[in-house]
Design a protein around this ligand. Structure first.
Ligand code: DAH
Length: 348
């Protein structure tokens, strides 16, 4: 059908136009082809648009009316047919897509990597669990600590080497970043009466850095106070702890030592986990590795905390969590814990 028909011609060929557009619409194989059909009839220069324009050139009112009505009917029919076809084609395309985009459920899935707890927190959790199972409660104390609790009340006098400017971060003359978790012992004794059976895990700070020292690390403090506590209680608790933590075949020994806040004091060694006691570089050929410090609470510490040393006795201990972790997993550089290399962390 030609584009520029007179109104008369248009009118006379309505039925032909009608059958022609139906063939056009039905013949559109896809949405792009349908768009072309749409343009052909209802576009700016489309057959129906030009027909509308031709309307004004009809002088006779009756014919104009008749022409207008038929044109409108046709327009509605065209639009409806196009809409219907469009729905059909869209469905078809969707179906085709569903067929080609089929999910192959036999393909292996994509692994979503799980996060996990940091090795230090894992080991800290293990240590806590062991002591909690023995009836110890968990206590907390401030990391920014008074000189009094960090040193003085633990019988560490002003000239003690641990107070050296090289080791201690001073916030002011009488405020420090705690260099150990031992001050929690004193804080707990000040607010509670015996019997006491607590551990105090947490961060501590020392101005120190090499393969086995970082400026921040973790300790777990322990304190048990009651009437009649003796060195055998200390030995029993720590031996049991070590056997659960490192395995029950692990040799343990108590070696005389010195801490200002305990008397007598002992360092606890385990048979070297690297050479099984034969002697190696790590244990400096001794066959033994130091794992924690301990002792019976010094009566002077009880005095300062307001406990009667003639009535109460107790033991205390302190261990480094990084060190325990390094020994348990055979890690030779403490800095690995804080580099956050995912290849390292993933192994725990
Ligand atoms: N506070 C000591 C340190 O940081 C460790 C320690 C040793 C704690 C003996 C104790 C203890 O409670 O009895 O080196």
């Amino acid at each position: 059908m030609d584009e520029l028909l007179s109104p008369e011609q248009l009118l006379s060929s309505f039925s032909q136009l009608e059958s022609e557009f139906r063939a056009d619409v039905d013949g559109a194989a896809d949405l792009a082809a349908l768009q072309q059909v749409k343009t052909k009839y209802t576009g700016k220069k489309g057959l129906l648009t030009t027909g509308m324009k031709a309307l004004s050139s009809i002088a006779e009112p009756e014919r104009k009316k008749e022409f207008g009505r038929r044109l409108n009917d046709l327009k509605r029919a065209v639009e409806e047919a196009i809409r219907g076809r469009e729905i059909l084609l869209r469905e078809g395309e969707k179906e085709k897509r569903l067929l080609t985009e089929k999910i192959d459920i036999t393909l292996p899935g994509k692994a979503v990597p799980f996060g996990r707890r940091h090795p230090i927190n894992q080991v800290l959790g293990e240590i806590k669990d062991i002591f909690v199972s023995m009836g110890f409660g968990i206590e907390d104390g401030p990391e920014v600590e008074l000189d009094h609790y960090n040193f003085e009340a633990l019988n560490i006098p002003k000239d003690h080497p641990a107070r050296d400017m090289q080791d201690t971060f001073y916030v002011s003359d009488d405020v420090v970043l705690r260099t150990h978790t031992s001050p929690v012992q004193v804080r707990v004794m000040e607010k509670r009466r015996p019997p006491l059976k607590i551990i105090a895990p947490g961060k501590v700070y020392r101005c120190d850095a090499d393969v086995s020292h970082t400026a921040m690390f973790h300790q777990v403090e322990g304190l048990m106070v009651d009437t009649g506590i003796s060195f055998s209680d200390l030995k029993g608790v720590l031996e049991l702890f070590i056997h659960i933590f490192f395995g029950k075949e692990t040799p343990v020994r108590f070696r005389p030592s010195f801490f200002p806040f305990t008397e007598p004091s002992a360092e606890v060694d385990i048979g070297c986990v690297f050479c099984r006691g034969k002697g190696c570089r790590v244990c400096k050929t001794t066959g033994w590795l130091e794992v924690l410090g301990s002792g019976l609470v010094n009566p002077r510490v009880f005095d300062m905390a307001g406990y009667d040393p003639s009535r109460y006795s107790g033991f205390a201990f302190g261990m480094g969590v990084e060190r325990m972790t390094m020994l348990k997993y055979g890690i030779d550089d403490i800095r690995l814990f804080y580099e956050n290399d995912i290849r390292f962390l993933r192994q725990f």
